[in-house]
Design a protein around this ligand. Sequence first.
Ligand code: GLY
Length: 568
Amino acid sequence: MRQIIIGVLFILAGFTSCKNESKIETSKTKNKGLITKKAMVVSARVEASEIGTEILKAGGNAFDAMMATEMALAVCYPYAGNLGGGGFLVYRLADGTKGALDYREKAPLGSSKNMYLDSNGEVIKDLSTVGIMSVGVPGTIAGIFEAQKRFGKLDIATILKPVIKLAKHGYIITNKQEERIASYDSIFRAVNEKEILYNNNLKAGETIVNLALAETLQRIADNGRDEFYIGETGKQLVKYLQSKGSIITLEDLAKYEAKWRSPITFQYDDLSITSMSPPSSGGICLNQIMTMIEPFDLKDYGHNTLKTIQVVVEAEKRAYADRSFYLGDPDFIDIPIEALTSTVYLEDRMNNFSFKNPTPVDAISHGKITGYESTETTHYSIVDQYGNAIAVTTTLNGGYGSKLYVDELGFFLNNEMDDFSSKPGEPNYYGLIGAEANSIAPEKRMLSSMTPTIVEKNGDFYMSLGTPGGSTIITSVLQTILNVYEYDMTMQEAVNAPRFHNQWLPDEIRMEPNSFNEKLIQQLEALGYIINQTRTPVIGKVDGILMLDDGSLEGGADKRGDDTAVGF
Ligand code: GLY
């Protein structure tokens, strides 16, 4: 089951040739990312971008490439790529039709509102974030099959073949991966009570093979979606879960379904922006923030200047305060989407904004905060040679999710239950607070911040983008769009540019360290803003694709990770 090949032994002959071919028709200039004529995949790992591109070259479309890319990330980016998690897809077909698919995890049937509280009504530390009780019912396999069934062109065996090969022959550990795996070594041992595949002092340059995952993927290729939900794999998964004390049952798996949703669509100047609807907060918050900042002349203020940061931060504050109160699973609660995104409401919301000083957080709403976040989750964007574009963000929640690794099946399980509000007013892992709208109930989907987004300009496809980063996802997507549109950056420059973040509570502006000049920080502090440059050294890892005026594509693969654009 477990096998690690030390040294760069098999460097995937197939992928090497594919890699060379993929880049043959491309060019790179100093400030631009990869430019291609027809199609592109940008993801957190070169192997996943290459496999997605290979599927496009085989005649597949963006939805076939989605399945291949997502599963390849599950193999070579287990930090966030997954079979044991969930995600969201936003798409724009070549004819301009737009839509969204929700394959978010669900609370198990046996869950209950106060399941993470002790007898005194206090939140039990770590119960929703680490280990067996943190696991939600996974949605990823249902999601990729649902999207491929509706729009894909190829057969599943063809799509999964290169992914299975990747799991069998292995992939090379990068420097960043070595660091991550090493830092999780002790928690993997503690949670799993034994060594797992990733407890092997893995070094950059070594090749790691996951035969258990290759077998799981082969069964899924042979038997389809149901293999994971009612087949042998599902049964093995539930046996494993229950042996650890999980409340997830075969019925939970059997009842899981991905859901087509109407995305959130709104205008910002001549851009039309389509993003994810609830149970993600991404689209609504992005809509609110962009509508609140639209009346201000950000271009004139300049990129990351005092005035720009003030306007954006104050809009973010107000949107995140609404998020914590109003948003949750739309199948369980009524969300006043129209009211929350109406121009009248949002103008009123910014009424007490002043360049003279920050609006106190208490004047916006109330809450208490202590927690923070790390970056996890992963995003990929694909544009195919037929003119379809997709933006997909997928997650296990925390890095390696619950840290529980199913040895027999070769994948980690999510800790997505922490995205519910365990107790109104109490912060989750991201420091986000929630209310009744996001309380736990059987079969409910937990609120997300994932913001896979497609942007059109004058009616044509313009950009596909998204990012990991928990609560910072929304603000990273926002800044990247503004960087391209308001500040004329290339896609790569827009992705590379330093980022800041405000989420109402805690009452602070997080800024990437060593990225903003001291004078600017002093000016913000003099106005009364609290600046935190230490807690989130990396804000988001944005991947995106921009359509240039001549119809070619530019990839923006975030330098903060191993992210890579590949195409033709
Ligand atoms: N688990 C992170 C999110 O969904 O926002």
